[in-house]
Design a protein around this ligand. Structure first.
Ligand SMILES: *Cc1c(COP(=O)(O)O)cnc(C)c1O
Length: 376
């Protein structure tokens, strides 16, 4: 038995013991056929999560954290003389715009307020005014705030103007049900340690096979992070171009077995009841949300710091951490907030147990309950 911690941070998430133990395997050289066969099954199982037809879509694995997927998609899928349109209302879409900047990719960073949905009319105007946009990119669940973006609508606009749609679904895939075709997605992505509830180090892109094949002749902007190169190697050899994260692959295969055993609907229902329990606990203590409730993804709650001289996030964090619960600061500049997330192998009882400890942490630190906010 390994000590069980309840992670309320936005990934990596709490894993089951069976997933942890799946990493303890005999040493193997990943160039063996046995290992290639494992990855083949894994790639097929990933398609099922977003109901992707294996003839039209494929999945490509990378060794790296989730950001590698954004990097790979943007640098690999853009033809010469074309542009990226980033629909940007949060930290992760801002990261995509920054990636464009690093590669010198022509792009439009179409910024919206971090606590509201993007204005679809403005997105359409940008597409109309810029017929050279080839990639429209956004984030599904903006993990920094927990805002859910209307991807199906944004994807429809992208397609209406002849662009492809890449979506950062890192913090929603395998939690919020996604149907790649119905949701108008050409490429989505995630890493193994979030919705799938496996370990860090393995990331994957699920996307349109024909678009990847077309990108063979696009400008090469990275050697290690090129989508066609990795795809082609998988197609020819069944292997990653370079060394895969071997133990994480084993953990992910086990996690996918558990994903399919729990089932898409039941898993989403579990995340939803965990999310509701988080809200209930915060409401009872008087905390306010940063994002209007109806815009929330159902996976991340960003709660505003109270206006209390005794409030000290790190002190509250440390008290909870020492007792097996991890909470996480916010990701919005100049706004004090913390996040509680409904990812991972946790259920309502864990949230109840957490709030006992969290309330104690407030009391021990002399923070008023219910918490107070200055009128504004
Ligand atoms: C976690 C996350 C990522 C990846 O972050 P890494 O630190 O590279 O793992 C990307 N996008 C979103 C929306 C995320 O939640």
């Amino acid at each position: 038995m390994v000590k069980r911690n309840v992670l309320l941070n936005p990934g990596p998430s709490t894993t089951t013991d069976t997933v942890k133990m799946a990493q303890i395997v005999p040493d193997i050289c990943p160039r063996e056929k046995e290992f290639a066969d494992l990855m083949k099954g894994l790639r097929a199982d990933l398609l099922g999560i977003v109901h992707a037809n294996a003839e039209k879509y494929t999945s490509v694995l990378f060794c790296g954290s989730g950001t590698i997927n954004i990097d790979v998609c943007l640098n690999s899928l853009l033809p010469a003389d074309k542009k990226v349109l980033v629909v940007d209302n949060g930290a992760y879409s801002a990261r995509a715009a920054e990636i464009c900047k690093y590669y010198g990719l022509p792009h439009i960073d179409l910024k919206f307020s971090v606590n509201s949905r993007p204005d679809l009319a403005a997105v359409e105007r940008a597409l109309k005014d810029n017929p050279d946009v080839y990639i429209v990119h956004t984030t599904h669940n903006e993990t920094g705030t927990g805002l859910l973006n209307p991807i199906r609508e944004i994807g429809a606009l992208a397609h209406k103007y002849g662009a492809i749609f890449t979506v950062d679904t890192t913090s929603s895939l395998a939690m919020i049900p996604i149907d790649i075709e119905k949701d108008n997605i050409d490429f989505c992505m995630a890493s193994a340690q979030k919705g799938i509830m496996a370990m860090t180090g393995l990331s994957f892109i699920i996307g349109n096979r024909a678009e990847i094949e077309k990108s063979k002749d696009y400008p090469k902007r990275s050697y290690y992070c090129n989508l066609f190169r990795q795809f082609d190697y998988f197609e020819k050899t069944g292997e990653m171009n370079f060394t895969p994260p071997v133990q994480t692959v084993y953990a992910t295969i086990q996690a996918l077995k558990e994903y399919y055993a729990e089932g898409e609907t039941a898993k989403w229902a579990r995340h939803t009841r965990v999310f509701n329990a988080i809200h209930e606990g915060l409401d009872k203590l008087g905390f306010k949300d940063f994002i209007p409730r109806e815009m929330q993804s159902g996976l991340v709650v960003a709660a505003l710091y109270p206006d209390d001289d005794n409030w000290d996030f790190m002190k509250v964090h440390d008290y909870c951490y020492e007792r097996g619960f991890t909470i996480y600061p916010g990701k919005v500049e100049k706004k004090g907030m913390f996040r509680l997330c409904a990812l991972g192998a946790i259920d309502v009882q864990d949230i109840k147990d957490f709030f006992k400890v969290f309330e104690e942490a407030l009391k021990v630190n002399g923070i008023k309950i219910p918490v107070v906010y200055k009128e504004n």
